[in-house]
Design a protein around this ligand. Structure first.
Ligand code: NAI
Ligand SMILES: O=C(O)C(=O)[C@@H](O)CO
Length: 299
């Protein structure tokens, strides 16, 4: 069933979601304040809008893939937000990574305005987003899942239904980000140590990715470090945010998360070095700054 869908935020993840929806035959408007993103989506055959308030009248579903909860709030309910363009009963697929409390507050606002809301953070990275193969960590009512089904079918291959209570999706995603952030940081530490100790970085990569110490993040992020490709598919700044969500959630539970805290400091150091907009694997530049190692992409 083709739907009139808006995608707000045409960044690493939102562009992939919007293109996947287009491929699936939906009537898609992609929205981003960045002209380059709008041009890319228009060139692929989609409609493009600079503001969420310019989505078509009676949009039936909106996928929100901006950076955080504050941007989601503004994009939906702020001045210039999408709310006025949504059909009564439209479904909001809220996919930015945010705190569970923020998801609950957004859901209450959406419901108060007569919309359905899915707490639907995602995983998989930009490549899987473009392939329509994301994993969705979903929570919401049966009605919301059912209204969003054609959208979810287009953007994801795994849709976890974690319960009807909003906030469970966000909780699971925050815990996932503990792993994702620590795995990236430790992958960078291992690669940096290997380089310093004189191992060939490519050989080290090949061995680790065939052995038990591998992780999805080592394989994915260190490949970019080997290529010297620091264009952001997921930025260092995203992990300053996400590990902040981890430590904040843990603090509220009086729960220690020493590894997440350490990783957060490393991403924060990378940000302080001016690397916040670089691909997150380039947190390795923190070790480079401390030890003077040469990275594979360095001249
Ligand atoms: N990059 C990744 O690999 C993954 C990211 N995520 C999460 O997905 C969300 C999006 O991440 P990315 O795509 O990496 O971020 P990004 O920074 O690449 O894209 C965000 C986009 O939203 C746009 N934007 C912000 N406010 C807007 C508004 N009011 N109206 C229209 N456009 C607006 C920005 O211009 C930008 O293009 C974040 O919450 C992130 O934590 C989740 C899984 C993977
Ligand atoms: O894919 C995910 O899950 C992620 O959160 C990372 O790729 C980085 O944001």
């Amino acid at each position: 069933m083709a739907m009139k869908v808006g995608v707000i935020g045409l960044g690493s993840m939102g562009m992939g979601a919007a293109l996947s929806l287009l491929r699936a035959g939906h009537d898609v408007t992609g929205c981003d304040m960045r002209q380059a993103a709008r041009d890319e989506f228009a060139a692929a055959g989609g409609a493009a809008a600079a503001r969420a308030a310019d989505l078509p009248e009676d949009t039936e579903a909106v996928v929100v893939l901006v950076v955080n909860a504050a941007q989601t709030e503004a994009a939906l309910f702020g001045e210039g937000g999408a709310a006025r363009r949504l059909k009564p009963g439209a479904v909001i697929v809220s996919s930015a990574t945010m705190a569970p409390d923020a998801a609950r507050a957004l859901s209450a606002e959406a419901e108060g305005r007569g919309f359905l809301y899915l707490d639907a953070p995602v995983s998989g990275g930009a490549v899987k987003a473009r392939a329509g193969e994301m994993t969705v960590m979903g929570a919401g009512s049966d009605a919301a899942f059912s209204a969003a089904q054609p959208v979810l079918d287009a953007i994801a291959t795994r849709v976890w239904r974690l319960g009807s209570e909003i906030g469970i999706g966000a909780t699971v995603k925050v815990v996932h980000q503990l792993l994702a952030g620590v795995h990236i940081a430790v992958a960078a530490e291992a690669m940096a140590l290997g380089i310093r100790a004189g191992a060939d970085p490519r050989a080290l990569y090949d061995v680790v990715t065939s052995a038990a110490g591998n992780s999805w993040m080592f394989e994915n992020r260190m490949a970019r470090v080997l290529e010297g490709d620091d264009a952001p598919r997921s930025a260092v700044d995203i992990f300053v945010k996400d590990l902040g969500l981890v430590t904040e959630m843990a603090r509220g539970l009086d729960f220690p998360v020493p590894l997440a805290s350490q990783a957060q400091q490393l991403f924060t150091a990378a940000r302080a070095m001016g690397q916040g907009g670089k691909d997150d694997g380039f947190v390795i530049r923190v070790w480079q700054a401390m030890t003077g190692i040469k990275l594979p992409g360095d001249a």
